[in-house]
Every structure is written in C-alpha cells, then in structure tokens.
Write a protein that binds this ligand. Sequence first.
Ligand code: ADP
Length: 349
Amino acid sequence: MRRIGVLTSGGDAPGMNAAVMAVAKAARYYGMSLIGIKRGYNGTLCHSRNIEDDMVELDLDTILDIADLPGTYLRTARCLDFLKPEMRMHAANNIREMGIEGIVVIGGDGSYQGARSLCELGIPCVGIPGTIDNDLAYTENTLGFDTAVNSCMEDVRAIRATSRSHDRPGVAEVMGRHCGDIALRTCASTGAEICIVPEVPWSIQEVADRLCRLIDNGNPRATVVVAEGAWDAMHPFDWQHFLTERGVKHVYPDTTINSEYLALILKHKCSAEVRATVLGYTQRGRHPSAYDSWFAFEAGNLAVNLLRNGIGNQVIGIKDGRVFYMPITMALQQKREFDLALYNLVNSL
Ligand code: ADP
C-alpha cells in the first residue's frame, strides 16, 4: 500500500491523537503517505467547499506536536448520512479517488459498523477502540477508558476530601450511558462506598438504607458514584411527589430524575447534607494516561502493519495485557459481561 487514511469518529477519547501519531510514524517508516480524514465519516463524503476540510495529507511533524494533547486534532462527529447505503458508496468512491487504499478507524461500536460497511465496499479498514466507555466486549480496555477513570478518581478524591471536612455525603455522576465500568472502577480506586450502574437494577430506598447505615456506623461522608445511564435501571419511585411533599421547589413534572434530585432525596431520607457533583466532559478532555498512550502506540503501529500486509476488516484490542487483533464482525458479535463480582465487592465492603 502506498497511501492510507485515518479518522476519529463517535465521542472523542483521550489517546486518539496519540493513536494518530503512532499511525503517522508507522506510515512514514514503511514509506506510505497518510491522509487525515476530518470529522469522522463526514470527511469521506467530501461535502465541504474546501477539500482540506475533509481530507488532508498529514505531515508527521505537525502530528508530533499534537500527539500528547487531549481531544482529537482530526475532529470527530457523528455522520448520519453515512447510515445511508448510497452515501457510503459515494464515500467509497471518494476514498478511491484520493488514492487511499486502507483506513484506520478510531472509534466505538457505531464507528466499527461504519468500518465494516466500508470493508464490504472493498476498502480495507482496521479499527482501534477509541471510546472512554469501555463498552466493547472483545477487548479488556478501550482507548481513553483508563484516562477517564483516572480523571474521575482525581475528582472523586477531591469530593471526598471536602466531604470529609464537612462530614457530608456526596453523589458524583460519571459518564457511561449503557456501561457502568467508569463508575465501578472509580469506586474501586477511591473507596467510594456506593456504586450505581445501568447494568444492575437498583432502588432509591436501597441506596438510602445503605447510606443511612454508613452514617449510623460513623461514616457521615460516604460517596455515591452513579453512572449517567443508571436512571433507566432504577426501580419506579414517585420522587417528584416525595420532594414536593417536603417542600422542595422547582420540581417540574416533565423533569427526569438526575443526580441533583437523588442527592435531595437522600438528604431527606438520611437527614444529611448530601451534595451532588456532575463530573461531565472533564473525563473526556484529559491528557492520555501512560496506559492509554502505550495502547495507542501499539495499536497504531499494529493497524498500519495489518493494512500493509493486506489484512483488513480487523479490530485491535487488549487481552491479558497484550495487544491483539480479530475480525470486526466477530468482535461486534461478542456480548459484554459486566464485572458483577467487583460491583458486589464495592457495594458490600
Ligand atoms: P461510536 O463509534 O462512539 O459508537 P456512534 O454510534 O455515534 O459512535 O457512531 C459513529 C458514527 O459511525 C455514526 O455517526 C455513523 O457515521 C457511523 N455508524 C454508526 N452505525 C453505523 C452503521 N450501522 N452503519 C454504518 N455506519 C454507522
């Protein structure tokens, strides 16, 4: 292969730039030119007035400057047009016209489905799992997950320090719409006492009972870590009625429950000043950890090697601490298993 492309797609994740750098270094080493495709699959559609806004030759010196930075230099975006078969045909033609013979796709499972469809159109692709969620079953870690957990750990430690000063419990909301791994690892690495995730049904009463018990047993500053998607797994509870009855204002009927309201409910149920903090996008915008930077380095290099050896339609992951690859279709078929043993440990100790 003489020319390959690289794109970042879906939600951004720390380590995406490091992976692009590794791809750029390996491409240079093997004498291939590298095209950076902008804003996920949008760049393949070439809808911008200026082609440089869609696809641009990546110069290694520029990439070296951004490798350690958070975010993604290539930008990322969702691309709904790419869900249409005729648009994907159009994209495949553009890719061929640019002389791109293979693509490294850095993104989550949606991006992998896009990569699989490009493979079906004759464009070999290799995927690197760039998402903080850790929601891909075939790999032990996704790129960005370790950094996100480190970020949450720092923040939850800070929350626990001020909670300790005031003897007041805290609720910390972390990311994870369908996957509670960030919440779980954050609890395990900070000693936070209560973990709430989308994978395990839970009830407010049960959480309140545990928090009250912790307070009664001499821990008035326990921390609840809740994943942003855990509300769907909550046992029905008329929380609005509960709060309105206690004179809490601004509880509108069309509002959905969130960590602020959970803190208010716990405040009333446990007679404690519970404070909520939503950690939000800080988790996605950190400098990549050593682990993610290492993974990006190995994955980028392996991706280029696979493409240059004509092995497309693959994704890269980590198993038993080692970087490996497997076919995209096989990877997408795997069912994710939540670590219930660790969850039970965190919630029972
Ligand atoms: P992630 O890659 O983080 O899971 P998304 O699910 O938003 O993020 O997917 C990113 C992009 O991948 C989508 O905007 C779309 O361009 C592409 N994509 C997602 N699903 C498919 C699909 N079934 N077929 C083709 N492309 C897809």
